[in-house]
Design a binder for this molecule. Structure first.
Ligand SMILES: Cc1cc2nc3c(=O)[nH]c(=O)nc-3n(C[C@H](O)[C@H](O)[C@H](O)COP(=O)(O)OP(=O)(O)OC[C@H]3O[C@@H](n4cnc5c(N)ncnc54)[C@H](O)[C@@H]3O)c2cc1C
Length: 382
């Protein structure tokens, strides 16, 4: 059997966690990241309990819990003002807390762990082109250098260049923009908040530490035509009394567009996509990081189970199936949530039904945090 090697493009949670796993399997791994150091990304920075379990499986859960604040539950406000509040420990003793993860620090932790495992991490290098060769790919970078590999992994996020260049992207019309700001604030409890508006837009709030709140909002593109992102955010905050005293504390506002990403397939010959690069629906349920970590685990397992045959094709097919099986049901449900938030009357009815009983509220919040199986969560909602 020849030595196994891979090039991974993208040093976010998907790329770094895959790099760690492949290096643990004895592979020679090169990880390419265009930024010169991990940065704070447009992200709610909430890692759901199932994501913390993924970090445990990677062997860095303890380090993460020591570095980052816990998120014990979520509260969701329906458009009519009804709050649905649930705690994760009400549905699981094992996955009882999420984490508030400043992205520069989470990404740095994962990259550092990858380096410790012998991964060749190359920061400040950006993928330019791809060319299929016999049994692999030739990759060129903007600095003029190039490399060949028998397994190329695109972990390069929602605007994946690997997906585009390999012909896997599925372009679609996108009408939403996400904005994000850090706010200086000493108040607020250790839980995330999601505020649903009548027009299907929403705001997410996450307490990162003792003096910082992360605020993100997903809004229609038209709102940005004549207004700067900061003014749009201020306008949104003014609509909710809980933010009225925070407007002066807004830091730099970032926006990103498009926020979704679709692909025709997550695999091709000698190539796989993981994380957002393999498709991203919407940040509504705050599961992107967890899905990224899960996909990397599934890809590594598929490659490990076909390693003796030295057969990437079978391994990649098995990854695509495992991804569908593992993430498919929740993706369907999340599509249902996307539909629901565009129907405020239904949202209000569901909010009333869930808020009526604390066990239903806990089960619903547990479903969002993936603390128990989807079937158990749905049964507990009765
Ligand atoms: C508004 C908003 C809020 C969100 N809130 C949450 C939340 O609270 N919780 C949650 O779990 N998820 C959230 N998400 C989703 C989450 O941010 C992503 O799902 C997660 O970052 C996916 O990780 P990744 O490794 O796939 O991609 P990324 O983290 O995007 O990493 C991709 C990396 O690839 C690098 N790269 C890109 N192109 C190239 C190239 N050509 N060459 C080299 N490197 C390249 C980038 O620099 C980047 O570091 C949110 C998303 C949005 C838009």
């Amino acid at each position: 059997m020849r030595d196994q090697e891979a090039i991974i493009i993208g040093g976010g949670p998907a790329g770094s966690s895959l790099a760690i796993r492949l290096a643990q399997m004895g592979w020679t791994v090169k990880l390419i990241e265009r930024n010169i150091k991990p940065i704070r990304k447009v992200c709610g920075e909430y890692l759901c309990p199932a994501g913390v379990k993924e970090l445990d499986l990677l062997g860095i859960g303890h380090q993460a819990r020591t570095q980052f604040n816990g998120v014990e539950g979520l509260s969701i406000k329906a458009p009519n003002g009804t709050w649905v509040c649930g705690r994760f420990d009400a549905t699981s003793k094992i996955m009882s807390s999420g984490l508030a993860v400043p992205r520069d620090r989470l990404d740095a932790l994962l990259l550092h762990e990858a380096e410790k495992h012998g991964v060749q991490v190359e920061l400040g290098r950006e993928l330019k082109t791809l060319q299929p060769i016999k049994e692999g790919w030739r990759v060129t970078f903007f600095d003029g250098s190039s490399a060949t590999t028998s397994l190329l992994v695109g972990a390069d996020g929602r605007r994946s260049k690997v997906a585009q260049l390999a012909g896997l992207s599925d372009p679609h019309k996108e009408e939403k923009v996400a904005i994000h700001a850090l706010i200086k604030s000493s108040g607020s409890s250790a839980e995330g908040k999601m505020i649903l508006n009548k027009d299907g837009t929403y705001l997410g709030v996450n307490k990162i530490n003792e003096h910082e709140l992360n605020l993100s909002a997903v809004l229609p593109r038209q709102r940005f035509f004549n207004q700067a992102p900061k003014d749009v955010l201020i306008h949104c905050m003014k609509e909710h009394s809980e933010f009225s005293n925070l407007i002066d504390a807004i830091g730099k506002v970032h926006s990103t567009y498009p926020i979704t990403h679709r692909v025709k397939s997550c695999i091709s010959s000698h190539l796989a996509l993981v994380g957002d690069a393999a498709g991203f629906l919407d940040p509504l349920t705050g599961e992107g990081i967890t899905s990224a970590l899960t996909m990397s685990r599934l890809l590594a397992h598929s490659l490990a189970s076909h390693e003796t045959q030295n057969n990437h094709h079978a391994a990649l097919m098995s990854y695509a199936r495992a991804k569908r099986r593992s993430l498919g049901p929740k993706t369907l449900l999340n599509n249902g949530f996307q539909w629901l938030i565009r129907h405020p009357k239904l949202c209000n009815l569901l909010g009333k039904y869930l808020a009526h009983s604390s066990s239903r509220a806990h089960a619903f919040i547990g479903m969002i945090g993936n603390t128990q199986s989807l079937t158990s969560s749905l049964l507990s909602l009765r």
